[in-house]
Design a protein around this ligand. Structure first.
Ligand code: PXP
Length: 253
């Protein structure tokens, strides 16, 4: 059984900081705490409009991850500006995501099939810079196939629709989406891709996702930062980690 890593997305610590235009709370401090609490890596999304993470945050997070010997996963749109920043920082991983200014969060997967001619050279450039390239996609057979064809090493499957359906009590719909995630993970694994998943995951939705055997990494942010208000960041991460481990143990049993 693959071990399942937990990447903690600290974007929304910066959201709170930026709401006041203050210098705190600091994403750097949250990242350090997350790593000490058992996170396997830090994920941060530098958006075109800099609504949360800033360029300076990326400088600091790069240094921290280097110092702690942990991976930084930079989520980024496929733009010339972001490619320049990624190539300059050479994070361990670069996860290409779709980005629209008017969206509240990353609402869907990257259209690798339709955007093939734009995305393939970006994947190549990031790989040449030494980044492990991940594409954030829906669990769709054509998107997965094309991701492998254009040289991505990783696909991150979008779990947002699954988590929303489960939270809304739409169990039949959630079951159908989970089935697609399972099939997608298997297809990607058979094509030689490393498989990650993320978006919208909380304590109530993590176990069925973590029980998909091909998965190697989950990236979780918004819920953990919110939960930290009530319990503290370290206990929130430790509970998430425990639920992930329990799902894997049940699978192995
Ligand atoms: N993975 C990717 C590619 C994302 O864009 C995000 C959101 O920034 C996440 C994971 C984490 O999602 P959430 O904050 O809903 O846990």
């Amino acid at each position: 059984m693959n071990p399942l890593r937990l990447g903690v997305n600290i974007d929304h610590v910066a959201t709170i900081r930026n709401a006041r235009g203050a210098s705190y709370p600091e994403p750097l401090r949250a990242a350090d705490l997350a790593l000490a609490a058992g996170a396997d890596g830090i994920t941060a999304h530098l958006r075109e409009d800099r609504r949360h993470i800033s360029d300076h945050d990326i400088d600091e997070l790069s240094d921290l991850c280097l110092k702690r010997g942990k991976p930084l996963n930079l989520e980024m749109a496929v733009t010339e500006e972001m490619l320049g920043i990624a190539v300059a920082h050479r994070p361990h991983a670069a996860c290409l995501v779709p980005e629209r200014r008017e969206e509240v969060t990353t609402e869907g997967g990257l259209d690798v099939v339709g955007g093939h001619n734009r995305i393939a050279p970006a994947v190549q450039r990031l790989r040449e810079a030494g980044c492990r390239v991940s594409l954030f996609i829906e669990a769709d057979p054509a998107q997965i196939r094309t991701s492998a064809e254009i040289g991505a090493q990783v696909v991150e499957l979008h779990t947002g629709a699954y988590c929303d359906a489960l939270r809304a009590g739409e169990h039949e719909r959630a079951g159908a989406i989970l089935q697609r995630l399972r099939a997608g993970a298997q297809q990607a694994f058979e094509l030689g891709l490393e498989v990650h998943a993320g978006h919208g995951i909380d304590f109530a939705t993590v176990k069925p996702v973590a029980a998909i055997p091909e998965l190697m990494e989950l990236n979780i942010g918004h819920f953990l930062i919110g939960e930290a208000i009530f319990t503290g960041l370290a206990p929130a991460i430790q509970r998430m980690r425990a639920l992930m481990d329990a799902a894997r143990a049940e699978l192995a049993a």
